[in-house]
Ligand binder design. Sequence first.
Ligand code: Y12
Ligand code: CO
Length: 179
Amino acid sequence: MKLTIVEYPDKRLKEKSKPVVKFDSELHKLLDAMYESMLSSNGIGLAAIQVGYAKQVLLLNIPDENDAQSRDSLIEMINPVVVESSGETTYQEGCLSVPSFYEDVNRFERVSVNYQDRDGNTKSIEADGLLSIAIQHEIDHLNGILFIDKLSYSRRKKFEKEYKKMLKEKKISKSGTKE
Ligand code: Y12
Ligand code: CO
């Protein structure tokens, strides 16, 4: 299954994802295809809506201290729910659906999350650091929220201007012609 990353301002990114009820081979196929897409795009987190599926499914693959990503550290979360959160932290985030843009976002420092694995088993995790930030970023996707929605009014305005310019330049370089 070949998946394409959905990019802002695609309206699908505003959709609320639905809980998964069937833990079957279709779900496993989606998870495996998402993993391939995430790795080939140099991502460390991906939600199903970013490849056009409005399902409560996300992946996290935080690099180790040598900046290497291994399948052993892949976390697949189905139907995740944040049950506890504490502290505050700020991190410069990026998103495969908002290419070439990075901005500081405020998040909880630590979160505890209940979720299900690909076979429907109930799991829980306590996270801090980059994993905690990535979990919150990806769960936001399941609720139709992008990290750019968390920016101040003025930063968002600046983003919209820069992003529009970037899209225009991309279009020109693809067509090879100027207006
Ligand atoms: C901290 C903050 C945010 C997250 C969510 C997951 N975000 C990503 O995985 C972002 C990946 C990303 C990859 C890019 O591509 C390359 O670096 C080659 C990228 O660059 C371009 O789009 C040009 C931007 C974002 C987790 C933890
Ligand atoms: Co994202």
